[in-house]
Every structure is written in structure tokens, then in C-alpha cells.
Design a protein around this ligand. Sequence first.
Ligand SMILES: C[S@@+](CC[C@H](N)C(=O)[O-])C[C@H]1O[C@@H](n2cnc3c(N)ncnc32)[C@H](O)[C@@H]1O
Length: 346
Amino acid sequence: MEPELVALRDGAQLDIWQDFRLSTMPEIISAMNLCHAVFALVDTGVLANLRAGRRLPENGLLDGVVDGMGEGFLTYLRMRGVVEVRDGGYSLTRKGELLTGDVALARLGIYLEAYGPVMSRMSDLLTGRATYGADVERRGGPLARHCATLFSVFHTPVLVRAMRGRGVRTVLDVGCGGGGLLVDACLADEELTGVGLDISADAVEEARRLAGRAGVADRVEFVVGDAFAPHTWPAAARAADGMCVVSALHELFRDGEQAVVDVLDAYRATLPDARIVLVGEPEIRYDAKDNDDDFFLIHLLTGQGMPRERAEWLRVFDKSELECRRIYHRPEAGPRVCFYDLAPRN
Ligand SMILES: C[S@@+](CC[C@H](N)C(=O)[O-])C[C@H]1O[C@@H](n2cnc3c(N)ncnc32)[C@H](O)[C@@H]1O
């Protein structure tokens, strides 16, 4: 016999559930899990398998995934509209293509892979149960790799333009991360050479690998070093005739504004032949556009100095021996980064 079906309707329960839906929490939870799933799609190698034409489990689509879980993972991805079954195999949907584009994956990688260990300890950091730098750290290698992707798309052209206009032949990139900027700049200008310096040994490793893959290892050198202690830099770094420091200088605001002024003066003294010091800095505008709020949060939790707005940077430069001659910005596209073209005062 068919069991009796009893529909329970309770106004109070209905209100509570509708409130939950209206809160948008269901979408927020889904977005959070989808972030992890897209990351796993890459990290497990399933995306690479798919792109290599292995579109079915029997052709190797799920190689590297635990038996019995892979099919379920694909079911989830179908439910979320990331993959679909088409022409006898799995394919990315248009949404799946966009979610796995280079820029989308780099942005995801920064927040999930590089800063994930920080975000997951948010309450510990806020209450002092954990301290950034001692108990928790961002991952330098992934940060470098993902920044390199973003910067080569959006910022290399600025560097090349600014340096070429000043006749620079050897660029020192301080806080070079994964080396994307220097490697791309060398690819764009075959006479350019460069030295990259970063405090993270993992980042320097990434940079060396990138230079090797790009075939410019004979023109760029990457070293571990402290951006804020120029007196410790190797001779090759000090011989550069142009310098850039991108998305790194604001970290020194943690020691106060004067520390930033002092290091700018130290750059001037350490590289007397430098025709330009190009400072690239993200601007936080305290809104929620393009993850500005998320960007603010990672800086807050890691105790890094907070990035500043343009007018505040200009005030800092005014106190130094370097003069800001030009500002490059890209109002419509890309991370909100301004490039300040500094040169010794006349
Ligand atoms: C947001 S990333 C930007 C990376 C790079 N400039 C690019 O174009 O992709 C900031 C970099 O600054 C580096 N950094 C932070 N503090 C540093 C210091 N004291 N000395 C050298 N590098 C530092 C970090 O390791 C990281 O690679």
C-alpha cells in the first residue's frame, strides 16, 4: 500500500525559512563551496585532462581522483553548471570556461590558495589566539604565481612603457614575487636585462622557473633579499639603472609612514644611477567593487601595512628625495593599481 503523505505547514517555520533564503546565505554557502570545487578541478588535474580531450572517465578524465568520488564530483559540477555532457563526453560549459580563465583562476588562487590559511584562522587572529607570522602565514609560492599571471596581463605594459621612455637597460624589481613582470618585460624588449629580489625563497624559485620556461634566464637574475634593507642588496641589484617596486612597499606602513619615506631615500642613495623608481601600489577605495573589501580584509588580518589612496601616497613622496613626475592608472580594467613614476628631485 502507498504510504500516506502528510504535508506539514507551519507559518512560523515558513517565515524562518524564507528569512534564511532572503538573507542570501544559500547563495553565499554555494559560492564558498564552488570556489573550493573550481580550485579542486584545477588541483586534481581534472581540468587539464578535460582540456587534453580526455572527456570520459574511461579515457582518463578522472585519473588522480579517488575511485568512486570522481563521478560524484562531476555530478556536483553539472549541478552547478560548470560542466555538461555533450557529444558523448564531458565539456566545460561557457560558465565553466569563464570560471577557469587565467585571470579568474589567479584571483581565486590569491584568496583561496595563498591567503586561505589566513582566512580560515580569522577568529584566532582577531582574538589574538594566533599571531600572523608566528602561527599563521600566507603561502608565498602561490601568491607569487597568481600575482605573476595578473601582473603580466595588466601591468607589464606600464613597466615597459615607463622604462623605455627613460632609456633604462637594467631593471631591478624589488618584491618581484613570481618574476612575471621582469620576464614579460624582457620578452617585450629584447635589449632589457633585469634583477628580481624577493624575501620569499619560494617566490624566487617560482621566478627562476618562469625565466627558464620563457627562455630569458640569461637576461634575468633572481635573488632572495629584503626590499626594505637596500644596504644588504648584492652588487648586481645596485647596478641597475631603473627600479620598480610593485605591490610591496605598502607593507612597510606597518612600521609607520616615516619608514616608507626613509626607504625611498635609501633607494635613491643605493641606486644613484637609477633614472626612475616606479612604485606600483594598489589603491583601496573602501567599497565592495571587484573584491576591494576582500583585499582590505587580507591586509588587515596579516598585519601588513594598509595600501593607501593616491593622495596619501603623493604626500609620502613629497617628504622624500624622490619626486613623482607621472601617475599611470587604468581606471576601467584590472586590479586597482597606480604606478607612480619617481625620479630624483632636480
Ligand atoms: C603582492 S606580491 C607582488 C609580487 C610582484 N611584485 C608582482 O609583480 O607580481 C608582494 C611581494 O612582495 C614580497 N615582499 C614582501 N615584503 C618583502 C620584503 N621585505 N622584501 C622583499 N620582498 C618582500 C612578497 O614576498 C611578495 O612576493
